[in-house]
Write a protein that binds this ligand. Structure first.
Ligand SMILES: CC(C)(COP(=O)(O)OP(=O)(O)OC[C@H]1O[C@@H](n2cnc3c(N)ncnc32)[C@H](O)[C@@H]1OP(=O)(O)O)[C@@H](O)C(=O)NCCC(=O)NCCS
Length: 137
């Protein structure tokens, strides 16, 4: 049976789930492999500062499956992160389309060079690559 996908605004009750997601990101998804994992307090402060214009936890059935956001800058940064068991079931596409509707089709996505799945995903949604970012660490 197909499970219902829903979402809610990120709130205090989601902090543990979001922290676990951050901690378990595979290397290929991280933009900088040297950025240290924030402490729990830094994580809480980050979200308390309301860093995004729109941030939702995505649920499949009654369980959290990922999160998405639209940043406050212009053009807005758009992102979706799903836990592995819910990847490749079309959820990312559905969520991205909703986010793009909210930004009138305008948006950028920042991904790591090593993130092959996200590159294919963004191409499938009609995104074009506009820059390469180099880092000296
Ligand atoms: C990237 C991500 C958001 C895509 O969402 P998703 O629900 O898994 O993707 P979809 O099922 O909607 O896939 C749409 C298309 O993207 C491409 N794609 C998605 N995952 C892929 C993978 N692992 N390998 C190759 N292509 C992939 C395919 O073209 C796919 O179409 P197809 O299944 O008909 O071949 C999700 O996999 C994810 O959260 N990854 C980890 C976090 C991340 O990298 N986020 C990107 C921030 S923008």
């Amino acid at each position: 049976m197909k499970k219902i996908v829903s979402s809610h605004d990120v709130g205090l009750d989601d902090m543990e789930f979001l922290y676990d997601m951050l901690a378990s990101r595979p290397e290929c998804v991280k933009i900088s492999s040297k950025a240290p994992m924030p402490t729990w307090d830094e994580h809480l402060t980050f979200w308390a500062d309301r860093p995004y214009r729109y941030a939702r936890v995505i649920k499949v059935g009654d369980k959290p499956a990922g999160y998405c956001y639209i940043s406050r800058n212009d053009p807005p940064e758009i992102a979706v992160h799903l836990i592995p068991e819910h990847q490749r079931h079309g959820i990312g596409t559905r969520v991205f389309k909703v986010l793009l509707d909210m930004t009138e089709g305008k948006g950028v996505a920042n991904i790591s060079q090593r993130n092959e799945m996200a590159r294919n995903f963004l191409k499938s949604l009609g995104f074009n690559q506009i820059q390469e970012t180099y880092s000296h660490e």
